[in-house]
Design a protein around this ligand. Structure first.
Ligand SMILES: NC(=O)c1ccc[n+]([C@@H]2O[C@H](COP(=O)([O-])OP(=O)(O)OC[C@H]3O[C@@H](n4cnc5c(N)ncnc54)[C@H](O)[C@@H]3O)[C@@H](O)[C@H]2O)c1
Length: 127
């Protein structure tokens, strides 16, 4: 059975290339993004796209709970340096609180991704 991978920010620059790579390597892919515009992506019918805002902890928690991924690539972000200076509060909200929401969701759920996360944190502390 193929591993299930959730990509936050799947509609972004990195998410597109990562999606292609994962599909080529037989992963089951789902994506979470605030944009539902997927026109510039090679989207296979195998990909499940969840539309939502990372700043809403309940939304990302529900997606992780329903899809139950083995791996999560967290790419959703306000990635523009220019915009970060123009809208610092929004940038902090998306990049910090949004990332915290992903971590909180993983830590609360008994999803396979939690094991990877626990191992990762364990490795960090042991170095
Ligand atoms: N592109 C690069 O060369 C590069 C290099 C180093 C690091 N990174 C980092 O990798 C990550 C992804 O980069 P990218 O170039 O794909 O960025 P991108 O801006 O192209 O994509 C970000 C995606 O996140 C989504 N998003 C933004 N706010 C959201 C929210 N509140 N809820 C849900 N989705 C939201 C956007 O709709 C977009 O699809 C970023 O953290 C970036 O800083 C990128």
């Amino acid at each position: 059975m193929s591993e299930k991978v959730l990509i936050t920010g799947i509609n972004g620059f990195v998410g597109k290339h990562l999606t292609d790579y994962l599909l080529d390597n037989n992963y089951e892919v789902a994506g979470f993004d605030i944009k539902d515009n997927i026109e510039n992506k090679i989207i296979s019918e195998d990909i499940k796209i969840y539309t939502g805002d990372l700043r809403d902890e309940q939304e990302i928690t529900t997606v992780i709970k329903n899809f139950n991924p083995n791996l999560i690539f967290h790419l959703a972000a306000q990635s523009s340096v220019k915009l970060s200076f123009e809208n610092p509060a929004e940038t902090i909200s998306i990049n910090l609180i949004g990332s915290l929401n992903v971590l909180e969701a993983i830590s609360k759920l008994q999803t396979p991704a939690k094991n990877s996360f626990d191992n990762f944190i364990g490795d960090l502390w042991s170095t």
